[in-house]
Write a new protein. Structure first.
Lengths: 418, 143
């Protein structure tokens, strides 16, 4: 029998989202807060992100991942939050029971609020149906980042990176600095997936070729990767022209991140088909009362600062403890919008709306439509799929009656010629 | 160092292309805002980057210590810096923010720890994998 533990709040995950949620719950008066982390250290993925670029919004300075994490670890130590590392959550039940295991045994927490701050995971080779042999030497970019930056191993000597997401770009630079020859970054879309500044500082700085509208058609090699066949694709992703053989011993995949929503699904929390994470309102409360989610399990944010900000909204809400009606407004992504958060609006006064564009647009117009009628719009000089649009919720005159709002993004197609 | 004919500006999300022309040792810029022009000027005359990497740490709870340069480091000397750091090592405990080396390669720029690493007191606490990982650093590519 698991040992029963009474709690007010249980936060699952000790990365930036979980730490901020635990600190904010404490600051708003909650006590008996448990933070459960499966790794021996707090900080989550920030610990392997040793490059700078974090914290400009939250701290007003540019920090590396470990520095950002430690500031929150220190803030956490000033609270009475009980941190349990090396502790894995096995199950979360709809009655808010959280079953976890560590070296002291199995525990069943019975909190009033459960916060999922479990992050996301990388898309793998199977998810992009990459043909070829199955040799060693194929890594997701984040896995390679962990091996290099935390464990101190190099994954190989000559690498090709598939996908131009930020982790892939960052790893192209990181591997180059460590003496690995990065042959190319290959992107199936005609546009860069990551941030422009990462293209400049990670690829351009080191003369690493970026092959847009290209993909890997086959992996070669028996025991170890010996090369990849790369070729151009048309707009529909169909091959065009001849395949080129690029010899390499390592292939990194930077082909997207998806919310880690397994625990939520099993707990019966409704999930959003476009983001893969739970539906949340502006305080990051899920559709089932007593459950919250923040950070990359909700939607993959492009800045850790936004993850922290999302988690900080949870404390005040947990401590309000009022009887809850379902939120009156449902927000849905319309044309041009890949995902958005939150998908529910309760008051629409505090917090932010995060919108991920489907494509790059110049002179973009983000409009809000209810019942076929536009009631608000903003213009944005430029937007790209790699960068979220962030709006203060209070700047939108949300309709008073309950119903559905569609968010639509239009503009002139834009392609960065890189 | 060759002068690029164009600088892709990364000061803001607009991503302007700023044209660069040189005439009698003086640079002229086309396009972009005032901040962009000053970024471009820096990029063509003296490009610098914050360099982050890891160094070996002995007796630590983890085998590698993440580090950064205290200021942006001259871009054309980054590989010299990496070469210097290949044989550089420190001993745990290390406190985040500690200056580990001063005046790197005579640049006046320091090396700073970006993570706090505890010392492992008990011998057995230091895992075999961690040991293997750190000892491997000497055989890394030397290109």
């Amino acid at each position: 029998m698991p040992k029963s533990v009474e709690a007010e709040v249980v936060v699952i995950g000790g990365g930036p989202a979980g730490m901020a949620a635990a600190v904010s719950s404490w600051e708003h008066g909650a006590r008996k807060i448990f933070l459960l982390e499966r790794n021996p250290h707090l900080g989550g993925i920030l610990n392997q992100c040793i490059h700078p670029g974090f914290g400009l919004h939250v701290f007003g300075e540019e920090l590396t991942g470990p520095e950002y994490a430690e500031r929150y670890i220190e803030a956490l130590q000033k609270t009475g939050v009980e941190v349990l590392t090396d502790t894995t959550v096995l199950e979360v039940r709809r009655d808010r029971t959280v079953v976890a295991v560590n070296r002291n045994g199995v525990f069943a927490f019975h909190p009033q609020a459960v916060v999922f701050a479990v992050g996301c995971r990388e898309r793998t080779r199977g998810m992009i149906r990459l043909p070829g042999t199955r040799p060693s030497g194929i890594f997701t970019a984040g896995c390679a980042q962990y091996l290099v930056n935390v464990e101190g191993y190099l994954p190989g000597r000559r690498a090709v990176i598939l996908g131009s997401g930020d982790i892939g770009l960052i790893m192209a630079r990181r591997l180059t600095l460590e003496g690995v020859q990065v042959k190319a970054v290959v992107e199936i879309r005609p546009t860069l997936s990551g941030l422009l500044r990462n293209y400049v500082q990670c690829l351009q700085d080191f003369g690493i070729p970026l092959l847009l509208s290209h993909t890997v058609f086959e992996v070669l090699g028996k025991e170890r990767v010996e090369g990849v066949l790369v070729g151009e694709v048309d707009e529909r992703g169909k091959p065009r022209g001849e395949l080129r053989h690029i010899p390499c011993d390592t292939l990194l995949l930077s082909v997207g991140l998806i919310p880690e929503s397994e625990l939520l699904r099993k707990a019966g929390i409704p999930l959003c088909p476009s983001s893969g994470g739970p539906f949340v309102d502006e305080d990051f409360a899920c559709d089932v009362p007593g459950f919250f989610a923040c950070g990359n399990v909700v939607a993959v944010f492009d800045l850790v600062d936004y993850v922290t900000k999302s988690a900080e909204r949870i404390g005040q809400r947990i401590c309000k403890q009022k009887q809850e009606e379902p939120p009156p407004l449902v927000v849905r992504p319309g044309r041009g919008v890949a995902t958005l958060v939150p998908q529910r609006i309760r008051e629409g006064k505090e917090g932010f709306l995060y919108v991920r564009p489907k494509e790059s647009f110049r002179k973009a117009r983000l409009s809000f439509v209810q019942g076929g009628k536009e009631f608000y719009a903003v213009t944005i000089p430029i937007c790209r799929p790699g960068e979220m649009i962030r709006l203060e919720l209070s700047q939108v005159p949300w309709p008073g009656e309950r119903g559905e709002v569609q968010v639509v993004l239009e503009g002139e197609r834009h392609v960065d010629t890189l | 160092m060759s002068i690029p004919s164009e600088v892709l500006c990364i000061v803001c999300p607009l991503g302007c292309r700023i044209g660069v022309e040189e005439k009698d040792g003086e640079f002229f810029f086309r396009g972009g805002c005032a901040r962009g022009k000053s970024y471009a000027a820096q990029e063509v005359t003296h490009p610098c980057r914050i360099v982050t990497t890891t160094v070996r740490v002995r007796c630590g709870e983890i085998p590698r210590l993440p580090v950064r340069t205290s200021h942006p480091f001259p871009k054309d000397r980054i590989f010299d810096l990496m070469e210097f750091l290949r044989s550089f090592e420190v001993e745990a405990p290390v406190q985040r923010g500690t200056v580990l080396a001063r005046n790197l390669l005579g640049t006046g720029i320091d090396l700073v720890a970006t993570r706090t690493i505890r010392r492992l007191e008990r011998e057995g606490e230091y895992s075999k994998e961690a040991e293997a990982a750190t000892s491997q650093s000497s055989s890394w590519p030397q290109e």
